[in-house]
Ligand binder design. Structure first.
Ligand code: NAP
Length: 518
C-alpha cells in the first residue's frame, strides 16, 4: 500500500473530508497510511440522527430491521477482500483479520436470525401477561426503542467487529447510531462503514461516522440517548462521570479492562487431554490478535503441583510461534496496533515485574531494517508464585501477548485468585472432574460475564476462550465495566426502554400488534 488514504466523516448522509487531522501509521513498518479529517459538526450529527434516522428506523418492524441486517451482512461479505487488505496494516495476521472481519459479519447474520423470532411489529413484549387483578385488567412489560441516538465509542483492537457488534443490536432495536472508532486503525473501520453506506440498504440517517475528536458530544446528550463505550477503564470512568451524562441520566454501558483467567482443573495432570488442551488454548490466547483481545487470558491458574510442567509446555509451544510481518503466511504473532500501544505494554510489563518474574519474552524482536518501524513485541510469559499476596497481577492489564502463570493449592484458592480480578469478561475451566467444575463455576460466576468449560469430550466443538459470541452475553461486572453486549435481546437492552403496560387484554394486544407508525 503506497497511497495515503484521506479519511472522511459521514455526516447527514454525506462524506465530509478535508482539514488537517493527524496521520495514521502502518503497524507493520510505521509508514503513513491514512490521514484523519478535521473536526466534525457534532450538532449536525445529532440533529440528523434524531430527526431523520430515528423516525426512519422506528417506522420499520423488528423483522424488517432483521432483514436489513441480513442484507448488510451480505454486502459486507461480497466486499470483504477490501477489508482483509487493509486489516494487515493494523498488524493483524490473516487469522487475526478473520476473527475481526468474519466475526463482525457473523454477528450481523446471527442478529438477523434472532429477528425472525421477533414480532413483525414495533413493540417487543417481554415474557407473558401478569395477572394483577380479578378481572380483565392485566400487566405486560413491553420494550420500545429510545428516540435519541446511540453513540458507539470503540477501542482500536477490533476495527471491524468492534463496530458491527454494537451496530447489530442497535439497528435491530431501532435506534440510529453514531460510530466513533478508535483513531488507531480508524481507516479499516471507515472502509467497512463505506461498504455499509454504499450497499444502500440503510434508511437515511441510520448511521453516521465521527472520526477523531468528539468535541462537545457528551454535553449534547440526554435521557433518550445511549452511549456504548469500549476501551480503557481510565477513559470509561472519565466519560461516565461527565456532568451531563450524570445529570441527564444518559445511558452509559462500558466494556473495559479485564484480567481474564483460565483455570486448569485439579484433576488435569500432565498427560491428560485437558492439560494439553489448556496449554494450546493459553498459547493461542497469548498470540491471537497479538494478545489485543479484551477477553484474552491474562492469568493462567494451575494446581501448584503442575506449575513447572505447564510452564515448560507453554514455553515449548511459544518457541514455535513465528513473530513477524503479518502478511507472511507463516507468521503466528503479528504486530501490536502501534508504537504507542507497544509503549503501554512495555510499561505494564514493568509493573507486573514487581510481583512476577519473566519466564520468556519481555523483549522487542529484531526483525531487520524493513520492519524496524513496526510495533512488534515478543510473546511474554510471567510467573507469580504468590498470587493471593499480590495485587498488580490482578489489576494491571498489559494489552499485548502477555500472560502470568500462577499456582493454586485447592479449588477454593483457585476461586479466590480468579475473583481477585474484581470482575472479568471471560473465564475458562479445563477439567474432566464434574464436581470440581461445578464448584469452580458457581464460585467464580458472580465475578465473570462468561464461563467456558472444556474437557476431552467437547473440545472439538468448543468456540474458544476469547471469542465473544452474538448469542451470548459479552460483558463483565466490576473492573470489566458492568456492561452487557450481544446475547440476542440482552445486547439490545441499552437501546430499548421497558414499560409496564396496565390495561385490558384487548388494549395490550392493540399496542403489541400496531404497525405503520413512525
Ligand atoms: P481508550 O484510550 O480508552 O480509547 C477507547 C476509545 O475512547 C477510543 O475510541 C478513543 O478515541 C475514545 N476516547 C478517548 N478519550 C475520549 C474522550 N475524552 N471522549 C470521547 N472519546 C474518547 O482505550 P484504548 O487504549 O484505545 O483501548 C485499549 C483498552 O481497551 C485496553 O485497556 C482494553 O482493556 C480495553 N478494551 C476493552 C474491551 C472490552 O470489551 N472490555 C475491548 C477492547 C479493548 P481515540 O482513539 O480517538 O483516542
Amino acid at each position: 500500500m503506497t497511497d495515503c488514504i484521506s479519511l472522511s466523516h459521514y455526516i447527514a448522509d454525506r462524506w465530509v473530508g478535508g482539514g488537517e487531522g493527524r496521520s495514521l501509521h502502518s503497524a507493520i513498518d510505521g509508514a503513513v497510511v491514512a490521514q484523519m479529517p478535521g473536526t466534525a459538526d457534532i450538532a449536525a450529527i445529532l440533529h440528523h440522527a434524531r430527526t431523520i434516522g430515528g423516525p426512519a428506523l422506528r417506522a420499520m418492524t423488528f423483522r424488517e430491521r432483521g432483514q436489513m441486517l441480513r442484507a448488510l451482512a451480505g454486502a459486507l461479505t461480497e466486499r470483504k477482500d477490501e477489508l482483509y487488505a487493509l486489516s494487515s496494516l493494523t498488524g493483524a495476521t490473516k487469522g487475526d483479520s478473520a476473527f475481526d472481519i468474519e466475526g463482525g459479519i457473523g454477528t450481523f447474520f446471527v442478529y438477523a436470525s434472532k429477528a425472525k423470532a421477533m414480532p413483525d411489529a414495533h413493540v417487543l413484549p417481554e415474557s407473558g401477561r401478569e395477572t394483577i387483578s380479578k378481572g380483565d385488567f392485566l400487566g405486560q412489560h413491553i420494550l420500545t426503542p429510545l428516540t435519541g441516538v446511540a453513540v458507539h465509542i470503540n477501542a482500536y483492537n477490533f476495527p471491524v467487529w468492534g463496530m458491527l457488534e454494537k451496530l447489530a443490536p442497535t439497528l435491530l432495536a431501532g435506534m440510529p447510531a453514531v460510530v466513533k472508532p478508535a483513531t488507531v486503525g480508524g481507516y479499516l473501520t471507515e472502509a467497512a462503514f463505506r461498504i455499509i453506506i454504499e450497499s444502500g440498504v440503510l434508511p437515511q440517517g441510520a448511521v453516521q461516522l465521527l472520526l477523531g475528536d468528539t468535541g462537545d458530544l457528551l454535553d449534547r446528550l440526554d435521557g433518550q440517548d445511549s452511549v456504548a463505550f469500549t476501551g480503557s477503564a481510565n477513559t470509561a470512568n472519565r466519560l461516565k462521570a461527565h456532568p451531563n451524562v450524570v445529570g441527564k441520566t444518559v445511558r452509559f454501558a462500558a466494556e473495559q479492562d479485564s484480567l481474564n483467567a483460565s483455570i486448569l482443573g485439579p484433576d488435569a495432570d500432565e498427560g491428560t487431554p485437558e492439560f494439553d488442551l489448556f496449554v494450546k488454548e493459553v498459547v493461542r490466547e497469548m498470540t491471537q490478535k497479538a494478545g489485543q483481545k479484551c477477553t484474552a487470558i491474562r492469568r493462567i491458574l494451575v494446581p501448584g503441583k503442575s506449575i513447572d510442567a505447564v510452564q515448560s509446555a507453554v514455553v515449548a509451544r511459544l518457541a514455535r510461534v513465528t513473530v513477524g510481518d503479518p502478511r507472511e503466511g507463516g507468521t503466528r504473532l503479528g504486530a501490536l496496533a502501534g508504537l504507542a500501544q507497544r509503549d503501554d505494554v512495555i510499561a505494564n510489563v514493568e509493573r507486573l515485574k514487581t510481583e512476577a518474574n519473566v519466564v520468556v519474552g519481555g523483549t522487542i524482536p529484531d526483525l531487520g531494517d524493513a520492519l524496524a518501524g513496526g510495533a512488534y513485541y515478543d510473546a511474554t510469559l510471567l510467573r507469580c508464585n504468590d498470587p493471593l499476596g499480590s495485587e498488580i497481577v490482578h489489576s494491571v492489564e498489559a494489552f499485548g501477548p502477555v500472560a502470568t502463570l500462577m499456582p493454586y493449592a485447592d479449588v477454593d484458592e483457585a476461586i479466590a485468585i480468579a475473583n481477585a480480578g474484581q470482575g472479568s469478561l471471560a473465564l475458562s475451566i479445563f477439567s474432566h472432574d464434574r464436581a470440581a467444575i461445578a464448584r469452580l463455576a458457581i464460585g467464580t460466576a458472580p465475578f465473570h460475564g462468561r464461563i467456558m468449560i472444556v474437557d476431552r469430550d467437547n473440545a472439538e466443538f468448543a468456540t474458544g476462550h476469547g471469542a465473544a459470541l452474538p448469542h451470548l452475553q459479552h460483558g463483565g461486572p466490576g473492573r470489566a465495566g458492568g456492561g452487557a453486549e450481544l446475547g440476542g435481546v440482552i445486547g439490545m437492552m441499552p437501546y430499548l426502554q421497558r414499560s409496564a403496560i396496565q390495561g385490558s387484554n384487548g388494549m395490550i394486544e392493540a399496542i403489541e400488534g400496531l404497525r405503520g407508525h413512525g
